[in-house]
Write a protein that binds this ligand. Structure first.
Ligand code: 13P
Length: 248
């Protein structure tokens, strides 16, 4: 079954890194999965030159929320991402959410995503997990996705949620496979019951947090898992290409 395999490069990469990476990646990629790479903004155009019709998709790691008619230094709009070959955008990654204080920028940027497919990131902290608050935290985050006023100007035909437990990011720890399936099912049920027009079949859930070649096959084969969002392991061209090539 076709899965989404997404690479979040975070703040990594250089022109030399990209050349070496794509020398290997393009030579060895034999995948039927949908591949998305999220490089740092400065390198999006560079990666776009390696794109063929179908080999991989591009996305931005975050988008600026700018009110209508306001200028914003350092702002990046959905049109700019699209102009540079992107068709996806990450919204609300835990490493980005933490930087905001007064208001929930993650939810607001759903307003301006236009034609970009949003991947809406959610996940509980170690404390929330320890205190048995995982589902409450996820509901609070998912409320933003289901609020009427937060829809993009173009109504989404599908929603992609990335479940990334904060305690699993970069730690080498992952939840038990059954727990991943349980939470993914919970997310699909919650969104389908609270979103006015999206049905369960329109909701895809990716898992993120310490995905590697060692555990990717098990995670991708689990029920209710539609794909993975990979940080550290996606920086190793060989490891990432092998994950892309997995047959599920
Ligand atoms: P790691 O795969 O390095 O744990 O990072 C996950 C992540 O944050 C992807 O968005």
């Amino acid at each position: 079954m076709k899965k989404i395999i997404a690479a979040n490069w975070k703040n990594n990469g250089s022109k030399k890194f990209i050349k070496d990476y794509f020398d290997y990646f393009l030579k060895n990629l034999v995948s039927n999965n949908e591949i998305i790479i999220f490089p740092p903004d400065l390198y999006i155009d560079k990666l776009n030159h390696y794109r063929d019709k179908d080999n991989f998709n591009l996305g931005g790691q975050n988008m600026t929320y700018v009110c209508d008619d306001v200028t914003q230094t350092s702002g990046l709009s959905s049109d700019m991402f699209i102009d540079n070959g992107c068709n996806y955008i990450l919204v609300g990654h835990s490493e980005v959410r933490g930087q905001y204080t007064a208001c929930n920028e993650a939810a607001k940027s759903l307003y301006v995503s236009n034609d970009l497919q949003v991947i809406f990131c959610i996940g509980e902290s170690a404390d929330a997990k320890k205190n048995g608050n995982t589902q409450n935290v996820l509901i609070k985050q998912l409320e933003d996705l289901c609020k009427k006023g937060n829809y993009p100007k173009v109504n989404p035909k599908k929603v992609i949620v990335a479940y990334e437990p904060v305690w699993a990011i970069g730690t080498g720890n992952i939840p038990k496979i059954d727990d991943i399936s349980f939470i993914h099912r919970f997310i699909k049920t919650y969104v389908s019951e609270n979103h006015p027009f999206l049905k369960e079949k329109d909701i895809m859930v990716l898992y993120g947090g310490s995905v590697s070649l060692k555990n990717a096959q098990d995670i991708l084969s689990a029920r209710y898992v539609d794909g993975v969002l990979i940080g550290g392991a996606s920086l190793d061209a060989e490891e990432f290409t092998k994950i892309c090539n997995l047959k599920i």
